[in-house]
Design a protein around this ligand. Structure first.
Ligand code: HSE
Length: 413
């Protein structure tokens, strides 16, 4: 009998317990032995819960119980989680977590402890909610060198952008609806500023490229500067604006990585991902593009990934050899000024013809876009592929009564 503990009885924790008991018989067949949740840790009381007898408030009760072999951390944040997870691994217990902040900040260290103690540290639920992506990358695509990963990794911002694109709704109103529907947090900063997506692309990049990528080293922009005007120009370019986290292998064992709103052509599978759905494109050198799509958040989808990891941890108690990466120096990440892509640029011009000549001199041949509500003194265009440094330099040199109103990178997936 494998005994499990669940740390945290919030949305994901209660979903984990619900899915576990709903499918227990089947899970036991897959695990090859009886399973039970022995403890649930939470500071709150749940006297009316059918699991009331399992609640404890003291983590040491769990840590010191030799019967508990798998600990599930679904508290979130770093404050309590880091210490609990580290102690659990050091005590020789496998850990399953949905906590992207923890994995993005401490993954290399925790994987090393898991290896030393010959237990597992699993985190399928930390990226893409119910979408299988961690195991596919390290177990199903291991024959490939992964050249690139790009994803719509945050449901809240995808919901907001979908409202702007489909309904012509402004950012603030779309955010308010996302909050009312429970997608966005009361403080939506981590979602709308790209911080949540950054943690997720860091985890994927660490796994795909084998060295820890820390969020502080990743160029991160959110969606707060995307305007309805930008969205409206996209019809004439057959494209959509999406918040993308991307990481690509570059020459010389470096990677480029970033999170930012990006223009994606309609023919890309990422352009059709709407509402709170997530999608992750993995470009392997043997497979070409593989796209994983589904619900990137929510109680039961996330619990699905957590419970699957619990079963895997019971079935394979020795450390996974493929789910691993090492610690790293920042030098492995190419500075963002060398990132290359095309750009969509919108500007106002005192004299449109003069500004078109300036644009030609600075950016070369560009493709002009149009919008139904385009003011007479406004131009929007897409450049060729340029480095970030050259694009910013060119933008700074825009003159003769022209003023840049917005720029969004254009990605090709
Ligand atoms: N706030 C996150 C999102 C939850 O909107 O995608 C899942 O990580």
């Amino acid at each position: 009998m494998a005994k499990i503990a669940v740390l945290g009885y919030g949305v994901v924790g209660s979903g984990t317990v619900e899915v576990f008991y709903k499918n227990k018989e089947n899970l036991e067949k897959k695990a090859g032995e009886p399973l039970d949740i022995k403890y649930i840790l939470d500071v709150r009381d749940f006297p009316d819960s059918p699991y009331a007898d399992k609640f404890v408030k003291d983590f040491d009760v769990i840590l010191n119980d030799p019967e508990v072999s798998v600990i599930t951390e679904v508290i979130g944040g770093l404050k309590f989680s880091y210490g609990y997870v580290k102690s659990a691994l050091e005590a020789g217990k496998s850990v399953v977590t949905s906590n992207k902040e923890l994995v993005a900040a401490k993954g290399a260290e925790l994987l090393a402890i898991a290896k030393e103690k010959n237990v597992n540290f699993f985190f399928e639920a930390s990226v893409g909610g119910g979408i299988p992506i961690i195991k596919p990358i390290h177990a199903c695509l291991e024959a490939n060198e992964i050249d690139e990963i790009a994803g719509i990794l945050n449901g809240t911002t995808n919901f907001i952008l979908t409202k702007m694109i489909r309904d012509g709704m402004g950012f603030e109103e779309a955010l308010r609806i996302a909050q009312e529907l429970g997608y966005a947090e009361h403080d939506p900063t981590a979602d709308v500023e790209g911080i949540d997506a950054c943690r997720k692309i860091c985890i994927l990049a660490s796994l795909a490229f084998g060295k820890h990528v820390y969020p502080d080293n990743v160029h991160t922009e959110g969606i707060t500067k995307v305007t309805l005007e930008d969205v409206e120009y996209m019809d004439s370019f057959d494209a959509k604006i999406k918040l993308i986290g991307c990481a690509r292998r570059e020459d010389g064992n470096e990677i480029s990585i970033g999170v930012f709103p990006a223009v994606i052509k309609d023919e890309s599978q990422l352009a059709g991902v709407n509402d709170v759905f997530n999608a992750i494109l993995v470009r392997g050198d043997a497979t070409g593009d593989v796209v994983f799509y589904g619900k990137g958040a929510g109680k039961l989808p996330t619990a699905s990934a957590v419970v699957s990891d619990i079963v895997s941890a019971v079935k394979h108690s020795d450390t996974s050899r493929s789910l691993t990466w090492t610690d790293s120096e920042q030098s492995f990440i190419r500075t963002f000024d060398r990132f290359t892509c095309a750009s969509y640029i919108r500007l106002s011009a005192d004299n449109v013809e003069v500004t078109k000549a300036v644009i030609k001199a600075l950016f070369g041949d560009v493709e002009y876009l149009s919008s139904k509500k385009q003011p007479d003194n406004e131009l929007a265009f897409v450049t060729g592929v340029m480095s970030e440094k050259d694009t910013l330099n060119a933008c700074e040199k825009v003159s003769d009564g022209a003023k840049i109103l917005g720029r969004i990178r254009v990605l090709d997936y």
